[in-house]
Design a binder for this molecule. Structure first.
Ligand SMILES: NC(=O)C1=CN([C@@H]2O[C@H](COP(=O)(O)OP(=O)(O)OC[C@H]3O[C@@H](n4cnc5c(N)ncnc54)[C@H](O)[C@@H]3O)[C@@H](O)[C@H]2O)[C@H](O)CC1
Ligand SMILES: [K+]
Length: 518
């Protein structure tokens, strides 16, 4: 799903209005109708007090329209207009008149604040600023936002929490509404996915307001949100007359004394995601544990016992994963340097391979184009230096991917794969994955998909999605705490199956019946 910029959303509005011969206030009515239905289906006429805070732009217009619909259904509504500018939008004014026609008179809030108290059991609808926010709110408006935040009431934000920019960090925490739920129109907003800005919302849902799908399809976007349909479309079916050679031969290079388990996890993940053959190259101390734990995997050992001092690549290997548990020994640095000087195969670079590259930057130029880097934020910082905001981090990530002509898999709560100027934001995963070895599993999965013939971008996006999905499935039975990297590998099969699961016919029947009864 594409993530549009504010400018593109406004263009999509205009395009939709012209193509379907509707007016902008009809589009606003659709948006408000969807928000109202969402609330009404949950509150079911509950007389709880609902405070609707509106701005003076179209987000405020949405709020006024929702307030009218709530009033028409006898909800206990109070409406406020946060009067931060005289430049009221046309559709705000239309909806202000419609509200007054229903004898609902908003309270206007200006610099001489008179703030009505909000009970902690009340509901607030936040429609003060939408995606038109282009500067920090004035101090008195911040006081209104703080009053709402301090109330303890359930806050529902329309489209985006007021005060949150689409593509920029707020300058202060108090400038932004903290929303329990955001009902966002048509496409998610980039700020919903970044650690710094996602903290302003607990949960978001999309409401389809019927913006033209053709416009959205053709819009060039810098970010996409990756869900099941996008990943299912990447899947390459296994062929009936195929054999192990059809699915590639991956080599995992890593391990040092005490860290052979990292290679074990990566190799097992590579196999489990479907690679035809998997070999490992490890220090001699890794021989017994690997041969014992993974009978399917071939093991080549270095002449050194505790760390590798060279890299030997067996014939017919078509992708190499490098770095897990590798350590930073001088022997290993020499091994990496000599290897990179002759290697032409695509690489998946993780963990200490990234740390060695950060400490020896001249080696970066030797990484072949079309490789994959899988850093967590600290490893990425070692590669590119610090950043002042998450948005700057994204720019650095995009630049790094362009300079190396490779995929950058920037790991986090929403892992983002960057390639060719586009960031692909993952939708799966959970906090249980913050556990040792889960990164080794991801690198192994990327490698296993490349081995089978997936291109590097498809392999990175799909591996990231399945890795998170496997964990999401696992936590439904074992909870977050008991999730381990090994459990993520065990669930890869279930994640593949889930990718193609359709609704059960019985459930479909039930839903049809429910619809018929409504
Ligand atoms: N396609 C859709 O998604 C639709 C969305 N709708 C709603 O419209 C808003 C966007 O409306 P817009 O009028 O462009 O912006 P705002 O409501 O956010 O109004 C802001 C308004 O105020 C000015 N401004 C910006 N920052 C400040 C500031 N710090 N202080 C004072 N004034 C400021 C700015 O110039 C604007 O004029 C979207 O979020 C949806 O809620 C439509 O209803 C349907 C289609
Ligand atoms: K809002």
């Amino acid at each position: 799903m594409k993530i549009l910029s504010a400018k593109q959303v406004h263009e999509a509005d205009n395009f939709t209005i012209q193509k379907y011969g509707i007016t902008s206030d009809m589009l606003m009515e659709r948006a408000a109708d969807q928000v109202f239905n969402w609330i009404h289906s949950r509150l079911q006429g509950n007389p709880i007090k609902i405070h609707v805070f509106c701005g003076i732009g179209n987000n405020g217009g949405d709020g006024l329209a929702v307030a009218r619909m709530l009033k028409e259904h006898d909800y206990n509504v109070v409406v406020y207009v946060v009067n931060y500018s005289e430049k009221r939008s046309k559709d705000f004014l239309i909806n202000l008149d419609r509200l007054k026609e229903r004898k609902l008179w908003p309270e206007f809030i200006d610099e001489n604040l008179h703030l009505t108290s909000i009970g902690k059991d009340d509901v607030v609808i936040d429609a003060i600023f939408g995606i038109g926010l282009n500067r920090d709110p004035e101090p008195w408006v911040v006081k209104v936002l703080s009053h709402i935040n301090a109330s303890g009431a359930f806050v529902l934000s329309v489209d985006i929490p007021s005060g949150l920019f689409m593509e920029q960090a707020p300058s202060s925490e108090e400038n932004v509404i903290k929303a329990d739920v955001v009902l966002s129109f048509q496409t998610p907003k980039l700020s919903f996915f970044l650690p710094e800005t996602a903290s302003y919302l607990n949960h978001w849902e999309l409401l389809d307001i019927g913006l033209d799908p053709e416009f959205i399809y053709n819009a060039p976007t810098e970010y996409q949100y990756i869900g099941k349909p996008e990943v299912a479309a990447l899947y390459r079916p296994r062929l009936k007359f195929s054999h192990k050679g059809t699915y590639g031969h991956a080599l995992i290079v890593g391990g040092s004394y005490g860290k052979i388990g990292a290679v074990q996890l990566a190799a097992k993940a590579t196999l489990t995601v479907g690679a035809g053959l998997v070999s490992t190259y490890v220090p001699a101390c890794g021989y017994m544990p690997l041969q014992t734990a993974l009978p399917e995997v071939m093991v080549i050992t270095d002449e050194q016992n505790k760390q590798i001092s060279a890299v030997e690549v067996p014939e017919k290997v078509n992708v190499i994963c490098l770095g897990m548990g590798l350590g930073l020994h001088d022997d290993t640095k020499i091994a990496l340097t000599n290897f990179l000087k002759k290697n032409k195969l695509p690489l998946a670079l993780d963990a200490d391979a990234l740390n060695l590259l950060s400490a020896n930057r001249q080696l970066l130029k030797l990484v072949p184009e079309g490789s994959v880097f899988t850093p967590h934020p600290k490893e990425f910082e070692r590669l590119v230096g610090t950043w002042s905001s998450d948005f700057e981090k994204l720019e650095k990530a995009k630049k790094f991917s362009a300079q190396t002509k490779s995929v950058l898999v920037l790991k986090g709560a929403h892992t983002i794969c960057f390639y060719n100027g586009v960031g692909y934001i993952n939708s799966t995963g959970n906090p249980g994955m913050a556990t040792g070895g889960s990164g080794d599993v991801l690198a192994g999965m990327v490698t296993g998909l490349i081995a089978q013939g997936y291109d590097v971008l498809a392999a990175s996006v799909m591996a990231t999605y399945l890795h998170g999905l496997s964990a999401d499935i696992a936590v439904t039975t074992i909870g977050y705490e008991a999730l381990t990297a090994s459990k993520i590998i065990e669930g890869i099969g279930a994640a593949f199956v889930e990718l193609f699961k359709r609704e059960q016919p019985q459930q479909q029947g039930q839903q049809q019946q429910e619809r018929a009864e409504q």
